[in-house]
Design a protein around this ligand. Structure first.
Ligand code: HEC
Length: 203
């Protein structure tokens, strides 16, 4: 006959087991929900009046290179100071590698940083300082149907705090320079990672 003590022990063990079961499956379901939610979340967001919201998470995208136009080589004031760390969203990078084309929905982010120091133990040079600005280009044949190449250009500012949401820049102030001087609107010649992606001999 089961003693009171063993019934008590049984209910404690059963209770712990049921709790563990609930815990594992409860967490699993939550993680799945989160994954579904993040898969559905668009890469970038727009306000109801068509402004682009400041992108998030782009530092985890594909980093493609860093042109630098330092102020001291540009009369003290470069138009895009100073380092430009450029990222492309991962799915568009995959598509680019496979097809050589920028898919509809491609997002490129260029994050500006200051020149911090010009000396390091490796030698003299330009070394990145602080984050200073953020720009973005987006290819979207519906939203930017009227713009050359369907590319929209956005500037969140060249000093912190950055703007939270901005309207598209005029074609003349951004798009036309890209249209005239870059291949397919993107300055891929300056990004070794893109050059390698276009090459048939992919690393
Ligand atoms: C006078 C020409 C010119 C104008 C005007 C211009 N850009 Fe660019 N842009 C460049 C060049 C050159 C690069 C690549 C080298 C670099 O970053 O210095 C570039 C790179 C970029 C990139 C990285 C992806 C790419 O296409 O290579 C973004 C994003 C960008 N520009 C956004 C903008 C925005 C937003 C504006 C308007 C506020 C703008 N640009 C105006 C010349 C221009």
């Amino acid at each position: 006959m089961a003693s009171r003590a063993s019934i008590g022990l049984f209910s404690i063990l059963f209770g712990a087991g049921a709790f563990a079961f609930w815990n594992v499956y409860g967490d699993g379901a939550q993680a799945e929900e989160k994954a579904v939610a993040s898969a559905k979340k668009p890469l970038i967001e727009f306000t109801s009046d068509g402004k682009a919201k400041k992108p998030v998470g782009y530092r985890k995208w594909i980093y493609i290179g860093t042109p630098v136009t330092p102020n001291d080589m540009n009369g003290g004031e470069a138009s895009f100071p100073e380092f430009h760390n450029v990222y492309i969203d991962p799915e568009s990078f995959d598509h680019l590698e496979k097809t050589g084309e920028y898919r509809d929905g491609t997002v490129l982010v260029k994050e500006l940083t200051s020149v911090g120091t010009k000396k390091a133990s490796s030698g003299n040079g330009y070394f990145e300082g602080e984050f200073t600005g953020l720009e973005m280009s987006v290819k979207d044949s519906k939203r930017f149907a009227g713009d050359p190449g369907s590319w929209g250009y956005f500037s969140f500012g060249h000093k912190y705090p950055l703007k939270e949401a901005v309207a598209k820049n005029d074609v003349a102030s951004c798009n036309s320079c890209h249209e005239t001087n870059a291949k397919n609107f993107v300055f891929s010649a300056h990004y070794p990672v893109l050059r390698a992606a276009f090459s048939t001999d992919k690393k």
